[in-house]
Design a protein around this ligand. Structure first.
Ligand SMILES: [Fe+2]
Ligand SMILES: [Fe+2]
Length: 238
């Protein structure tokens, strides 16, 4: 049973399908996972009791559904050690997001050219925001893959540098802020009525990218980094 006194990250760990509802209501479960649900609801300005009731009802209905856990296979992830989690994140999220960034980049350029004349208020800022996000993510993935993740795998035996964790969390916050701006700029990924097929596809792919980034950041902030820091403080091997 979910209560508003729970931290958002604990709700997601106990009920992975909550991410779908959090996405709909724009509750930040990745960078803001450490916040209490109560505070996030208050920020939205909605009635706390009604929202918690809705959450519990929806999650009770979908409990045991065949696809439960596929988007976020929490039970499997919680059993993984640090090197296994790192490999999973790179194979699952880095690969998928690189592909989506490339697809969105091509579509973004097509939409910019086709709609520059009649939707400049949307396509120009969106092009800038998407370019910033792509740059941030490409550099962030390179830093994780070439520097921090190999270091984390090796430092499982001790001498960890949690400064790296803070750096990556700060970069996640920066990406999260760009995503919030993209969500607002696209009217929550709703293309204009006269938008062409590429416009629609761009918004669909951008939303797919954003949803994957949320799960990706949650997996790093709330599972990988937490496990890494616990293992460092316990001086356990992993
Ligand atoms: Fe990552
Ligand atoms: Fe990351």
């Amino acid at each position: 049973m979910i209560t508003n006194k729970m931290r958002i990250t604990d709700v997601v760990k106990a009920y992975p399908r909550a991410v779908e509802i959090f996405n709909d209501f724009h509750i930040d479960y990745c960078c803001g996972g450490k916040d209490f649900l109560e505070d996030a609801i208050q920020e939205l300005g909605i009635d706390s009791k009604s929202f918690i009731d809705l959450l519990n009802k929806k999650l009770a209905k979908t409990a045991g559904a065949a696809d439960t856990g596929q988007v976020l296979p929490i039970e499997r992830l919680e059993k993984m050690n640090v090197p296994e989690l790192i490999d999973y994140i790179m194979e699952t999220h880095h690969t998928k997001e690189r592909d989506l960034l490339a697809e969105c980049d091509e579509l973004m350029n097509r939409v910019l050219l086709a709609h520059y004349g009649h939707h400049p208020e949307q396509v120009i800022p969106l092009h800038g925001l998407f370019s910033d996000l792509r740059k941030e993510l490409q550099e962030h993935f390179a830093k994780e893959e070439k520097l921090v993740f190999p270091y984390m795998k090796e430092s499982c035996l001790g001498n960890g540098n949690s400064g790296y964790v803070k750096e990556l969390e700060d970069e996640h916050d920066a990406a999260g802020n760009l995503i919030k701006e993209i969500t607002a700029c696209t009217n929550d990924f709703t293309p204009p009525k006269d938008g062409c097929a590429s416009y629609h596809l761009l918004f669909q792919k951008l939303q797919e990218l954003v949803k994957d980034i949320y799960i990706h950041i949650f997996t790093e902030n709330s599972l990988l980094f937490q496990k890494y820091e616990e293992e460092q403080s316990d001086e356990k091997t992993c």
